[in-house]
Design a protein. Structure first.
Length: 522
């Protein structure tokens, strides 16, 4: 209970209230009153997030035995979505499911699904699935899908692949009509005028062909058709990737990569072509001749200032983590984006672990799964994997290619390093020095790098005499709900050690400013 009470001041959004409500409810007894209060707070902070109202309603209905409270939560959600012009049909379906699953109220569910405003293929198909799943109403679902079909006929060429996949799924899963699903995909391929559209259809066909292997020739014909739509080097690389992904002949992969090379690719494109030779064809010799796998951290990060008394260590933490991340962890990371492009992500991750080099620019593979992995949380979190992801992202953000949205990353890294122990924290100090010396003065991330260094050093020794001088640097600005980990770390590593120690007043001041969301300037 003490832990839950201590967590409450750190709540920053409705989802936090929902998690607290579930935790209190699990305790039973007097925890139920607290669970009720937190569930009500989740509803009050729900905004247009349908899942929050459903989670709060589930606490009321299942843990507290309070169907009236559950209904109030769902009704608040209905009102919030009705007032939100851009509310998605999937959110209304989520509320409809709450009414049915928690209260058995099919009339209220129908009211959610009948809300006006569905004007896209995605929305109409989502509602159709809702009518089938929650009301068993196939007739209305079919009418909605017919409306979606009419919209799809007017879709822009760039959207044909996506809407065709959505419609095929609706026919197969909502209506149980496999033949109609295949007709939709065949029509989509006829209308696709771009490489991306043809390859999107190929992926849709592959997903449907898992249950019908006889359709595999259709899958490969989509890639063949994509070749007739090629306009440049990027298209040749994409089609080489597609031949590999859809298990085409290696000769086709090589042919497309050779065509990409003939188009005078730039450095980034050469890196992608080299990736293809290495991982799609197993031709490391050709790959190494075309492009290096990446840059060593010391070569990637350019020093723009020198922090006296501190030693930068660009590679120390990365190298330490490379020796501790397991093949299983890499495999888990590779499927973080809902399993999309698993093999390509995994190959890119293995390259970094094996070489210690960071690809430049850091491409979508593996940047996307690294970015997702950094947000892992909970008791079962693999902190070596999470720290690895954060370390690569930090180094990349400090490199020559501008990246935004990485202000929370050093804090997430420190959380995992604290879980991994003293050696990880010590090496994190060297990385934070590297970041603080690398970011140029105009970069928003510089202040967070200074704050990260203070926190990492304080975790090792809050009485480190260098901290008082470092606290005079321009630290961080706008520490708000987007940067929650910074606030909790500041409480644990700065506020707590300084409570009864006047000699650490500089740490207490920083913690107070972080807590107050103020402009932290020494």
């Amino acid at each position: 209970m003490r832990c839950l009470r201590a967590a409450e001041p750190l709540v920053e959004r409705g989802g936090d209230w929902a998690m607290l409500a579930e935790a209190w409810a699990a305790l039973g007894g007097e925890g139920h009153d607290e669970a009720r209060r937190c569930a009500e707070e989740a509803v009050a902070h729900g905004g247009a997030e349908a899942w929050l109202y459903r989670e709060a309603a589930a606490v009321h209905a299942r843990a507290l035995g309070d169907p009236t409270g559950a209904r109030l939560a769902l009704d608040r959600g209905f009102e919030a979505l009705a007032a939100e012009p851009g509310a998605r049909a999937r959110d209304r379906c989520a509320l409809a499911g709450g009414y049915v699953d928690l209260l058995g109220d099919r009339d209220a569910a129908r009211r959610c699904l009948e809300e006006e405003g569905a004007a896209s293929v995605d929305d109409l198909c989502a509602l159709a699935q809702g009518y089938v799943e929650y009301l068993g109403d196939g007739a209305t679902a079919r009418a909605l899908i017919e409306r979606a079909m009419a919209l799809a006929d007017e879709a822009a060429p760039a959207d044909v692949g996506g809407v065709s996949w959505t419609l095929a799924n609706a026919h197969r899963h909502a209506l149980g009509d496999r033949d109609a699903a295949w007709r939709v995909l065949e029509r989509g391929l006829e209308r696709a005028t771009t490489v991306a559209g043809c390859l999107r259809i190929a992926c849709a066909v592959a997903s449907h062909a898992q249950a019908e292997p006889a359709r595999r020739p259709f899958e490969l014909s989509c890639v063949t058709r994509a070749e007739s739509r090629i306009v440049g080097t990027d298209d040749w690389i994409a089609i080489a990737d597609a031949w590999h992904e859809h298990r085409g002949a290696p000769a086709d992969v090589r042919r497309c990569l050779e065509q990409a090379l003939a188009g005078r690719p730039d450095a980034a494109e050469r890196a992608r072509i080299a990736f293809g030779y290495r991982h799609w064809l197993g031709d490391a010799v050709s790959a190494d001749r075309l492009s290096p796998r990446g840059l060593a951290p010391a070569a990637l990060v350019v020093r723009n200032r020198r922090l006296e008394e501190w030693e930068a260590d660009p590679a120390g933490l990365l190298d330490w983590l490379r020796g501790r991340i397991t093949p299983k962890a890499l495999a888990t990371m590779s499927v973080a984006d809902f399993g999309s492009d698993r093999d390509t992500h995994l190959a890119a991750l293995r390259d970094i672990v094996e070489t210690g080099l960071i690809p430049q620019p850091l491409a979508w593979h593996p940047r996307e799964v690294l970015a997702i992995t950094r947000w892992l949380d909970g008791e079962k979190t693999d902190h070596a994997a999470r720290a690895f992801a954060c370390t690569v992202l930090c180094l990349d953000a400090a490199g020559p290619v501008y990246r935004d949205g990485h202000e929370p990353t050093p804090a997430l890294l420190l959380e995992s390093c604290l879980a991994l122990g003293g050696e990880a924290v010590a090496r994190a100090v060297g990385l934070m020095v590297t970041l603080a010396e690398a970011f140029e003065d105009y970069r928003h991330e510089l202040g967070f790098a200074y704050l990260g260094l203070i926190l990492a050093a304080a975790a090792r020794d809050p009485h480190d005499p260098r901290l008082a001088r470092l606290a005079e640097m321009p630290i961080a600005t706008e520490v708000d709900a987007r940067h929650g980990p910074w606030r909790s770390l500041s409480e644990d590593l700065l506020a707590w050690p300084s409570r009864d120690d006047p000699s650490l007043a500089h740490l207490a001041t920083i913690a107070a400013r972080v807590r107050g969301r103020g402009d932290l300037k020494g």
